[in-house]
Ligand binder design. Structure first.
Ligand SMILES: [Zn+2]
Length: 349
């Protein structure tokens, strides 16, 4: 038996939040309470000052495998996830080649069988992620696709997005959408505002996200499809999603720890590390994201873990830097809420 001693046990399912000891027997939680460390235990883990919680689930990650394994692969991604407290991840499909066939999907799922975390893989919505023709969703679903997403790219063709939703609805599949209309973006990765101006960039305004969020919320309402709006960054998008839910749309929404903890100011402070799609936005947006989390408009905290190579990170100047976000280890401190005066104040320590 293993004794995990004096940890702060947080379990949302049972409403537990207290300092407790946990006894683990044959890989399962045997009992919780207060116990003396004695000879009965083969190992005693001192969890004082640590949080002990059910494994985290990340519904949005990029393991870059196959094809981009100089950035990440299944083994390193799974090791990083496990190190960060995650036990289940959902990988996006923008690999090389993209996961748009049963063969590509099963290759990943087969290689993922022995990883230390459970891995689910989504398939693309469109062939080659080109935004032109739908994949064979029925075949991919049968082959084990967790859902469908062209994450990294928006689906700009409204009729195609509607057809995708109708097909997903008929199959009971989930679609996830990356919402940024390129027609409204001067330069991606930095919010259109003071940070972009300081760099001489046109930037990416919140409205580029809002228009596609509004479109897809209304298409979901119309088709009855279950959709996920990925990494919401704009406060107005939160308001749109809130309205869509009130109207009865089967819409779910993700937010990342960086979007509800940081603002465009971080670009000046952290440089290329703060450039991403969609970009970090204003304090007003950040506050609206927190309000969205509090009232359940935003359902999911997902990391969008998407490492570039250190060489690329060093070599590329800010306007050309790969738009990707950080690894897992900072996530829990960023996402760990400090309750103050009835409101949530995200900790940035
Ligand atoms: Zn992503």
């Amino acid at each position: 038996m293993i004794l995990v001693k004096d940890g702060r046990v947080i379990d949302p399912a049972t409403g537990t939040d207290e300092i407790l000891d946990i006894v683990i027997k044959e890989g399962r939680i045997h009992r919780m309470g207060k116990y003396h460390a004695g000879d009965a235990y083969e190992r005693v883990v001192d969890a004082k000052g640590l949080v002990v919680a059910p494994g985290f689930v990340d519904t949005h990650v990029h393991f870059r495998d196959p094809g981009l394994t100089h950035k990440e692969d299944l083994a390193t991604g799974a090791a990083a996830a496990a190190r960060g407290g995650y036990t289940m991840v959902v990988c996006m499909a923008n690999t090389s080649p993209v996961v748009d066939s049963a063969e590509a999907l099963q290759d990943v799922l087969k290689r993922a069988e022995k990883l230390p975390v459970r891995l689910h893989q989504v398939a693309t919505v469109t062939e080659g992620m080109k935004g032109k023709a739908l994949v064979d969703m029925a075949v991919l679903q049968k082959a084990g696709a967790a859902g469908f997403s062209d994450d990294g790219l928006p689906i700009t063709d409204t009729a195609l997005a509607r057809r995708a939703m109708a097909e997903a609805k008929s199959l009971g599949a989930v679609l996830s959408f990356h919402e940024e209309d390129p027609a409204l973006i001067g330069s991606a990765g930095v919010n259109a505002g003071p940070a972009a101006e300081a760099l001489g960039l046109a930037g990416a305004p919140g409205v580029a996200e809002d228009v596609l969020v509004a479109r897809d919320c209304m298409l979901a309402l119309d088709t009855g499809a279950r959709i996920v709006i990925q990494h919401v960054s704009s406060g107005n998008s939160v308001a749109v999603i809130r309205l869509a839910k009130a109207l009865g749309a089967d819409v779910w929404a993700e937010v990342t720890p960086h979007h509800f903890s940081l603002t465009e100011q971080a670009v000046a402070e952290y440089g290329v590390n703060a450039k991403m799609n969609p970009p970090l936005r204003t304090e007003a947006d950040r506050y609206m994201l927190i309000e969205g989390l509090k009232d359940g408009t935003l359902d999911i905290i997902a990391t969008d873990h998407a490492p570039p190579t250190p060489r690329l990170r060093r070599a590329w100047s800010l306007p050309r830097r790969p738009r990707a976000s950080l690894a897992w280890r900072p996530r829990w401190p960023l996402a760990s809420p400090t309750w103050c005066g009835g409101g949530i104040c995200p900790s940035t320590t």
